[in-house]
Ligand binder design. Structure first.
Ligand code: SF4
Ligand code: SF4
Length: 110
């Protein structure tokens, strides 16, 4: 299994989650690459045009990031709310076919 970042991260992106991840499996990805529209208020703020997502093969399911998120955006995959189930694929699909060098450009660490 893995954990997945869901819609409340869009427009929030305060990065608290990645600061506690023991395996640094968070990636900072433009919403445009995920097929997600920029949130209201993102104009002129490049940081809000991105969200953090989790590499499903690197996440060790420790759960440490879950309580850190101020908007409760992170869930174990089997607890993702129905309305955001598509974020499981959105997270996972982005990693398909990307080599390690490319991924490292997006990886976000404390
Ligand atoms: S559950 Fe643990 S390993 Fe997975 S993203 Fe959160 S902090 Fe990282
Ligand atoms: S998942 Fe939560 S803590 Fe992590 S960047 Fe998004 S809003 Fe912030």
């Amino acid at each position: 299994m893995a954990h997945t970042v869901t819609s409340p991260c869009v427009g929030t992106r305060d990065t608290a989650c990645m600061k506690v991840c023991p395996v640094n499996c968070f990636y900072d990805v433009p919403l445009s690459e995920l097929g997600i529209a920029d949130p209201a208020g993102a104009a002129g703020n490049e940081e809000l045009k991105k969200m953090l997502i989790i590499h499903p093969d690197e996440c060790i399911d420790c759960g440490l990031c879950v309580p850190e998120c101020p908007v409760s955006a992170v869930f174990p995959n089997d607890e993702v709310p129905d309305a955001d189930k598509n974020y499981i694929e959105i997270n996972a699909n982005w990693f398909q076919g990307k080599d390690a060098e490319t991924l490292d450009k997006y990886r976000i660490t404390p």
